[in-house]
Design a binder for this molecule. Structure first.
Ligand code: ZN
Length: 214
């Protein structure tokens, strides 16, 4: 089972992967599309920065007891990504760094009791605050791949891939997703609804693609 310390380390590692991916992009490359419908890399970076701030709201909630949701509404979330995507590449890279650092700092200040506080995610799930590092690690790890630079699922740590696959299976529900076999990184990509190779069902038939997750 993953621990909170695992997730905090994965969030930091994923942040580093995104940072490295962005470092290799010039301003024009930020305009390129991603596998996510309607999103350029600029939208994706804006989403990651806004997500850090949104999870920061949950950390604030856990620390103070003041109910501060991730986003005011789904419309506000989308509008902030759209307006964020109009920023320059430099501004977006800075926003990503600053928001990630602020979130890491805020998480670092939570007491053991505050980590056990209940908060509500953007999907309306009530979770313990100790789940927020895992939520953040999924975002930075999977979207580091979505940025479409050199990062692939095979670059993500094996224990993270195992935790990700288990989490997606639980969220998608077992009736929707068949049992599959293949390289663990490819299976995680398959479950996340990303491009994959060599994933087959138990009887050796190539697995049918799933819808994108996250
Ligand atoms: Zn996301």
């Amino acid at each position: 089972m993953r621990t909170r310390q695992d997730s905090l380390a994965w969030a930091a590692e994923g942040t580093s992967l995104v940072r490295k991916a962005l470092a290799g992009l010039d301003a024009q490359a930020y305009e390129a599309p991603t596998p996510l419908p309607g999103w350029t890399r600029k939208h994706l970076v804006a989403h990651l920065a806004a997500n850090a701030e949104a999870l920061g709201n949950l950390v604030h909630w856990a620390r103070t007891g003041e109910r501060t949701p991730m986003y005011r509404s789904p419309e506000q979330r989308a509008a902030d990504i759209e307006s964020g995507a109009t920023l320059s590449a430099d501004r977006l890279a800075s926003w990503f760094e600053e928001s990630a650092q602020q979130l890491a700092d805020a998480m670092g200040e939570l007491t053991e009791q505050q980590w056990q506080a209940e908060v509500v995610t953007a999907q309306g799930r009530t979770v313990l605050a100790s789940e927020t590092p895992w939520i953040r690690s999924r975002e930075v790890m999977v979207h580091a791949v979505d940025l479409g630079t050199a990062v692939t699922f095979a670059d993500l740590p094996a224990p993270f891939l195992a935790a990700l696959s288990a989490d997606i299976r639980a969220k998608r529900g077992s009736d929707q997703v068949p049992a599959v076999q293949g390289d663990p990184a490819e299976v995680a990509a398959y479950l996340a609804g990303r491009p994959y190779t060599g994933v087959t069902t138990a009887d050796g038939v190539p697995a049918e693609p799933l819808s994108a997750w996250l």
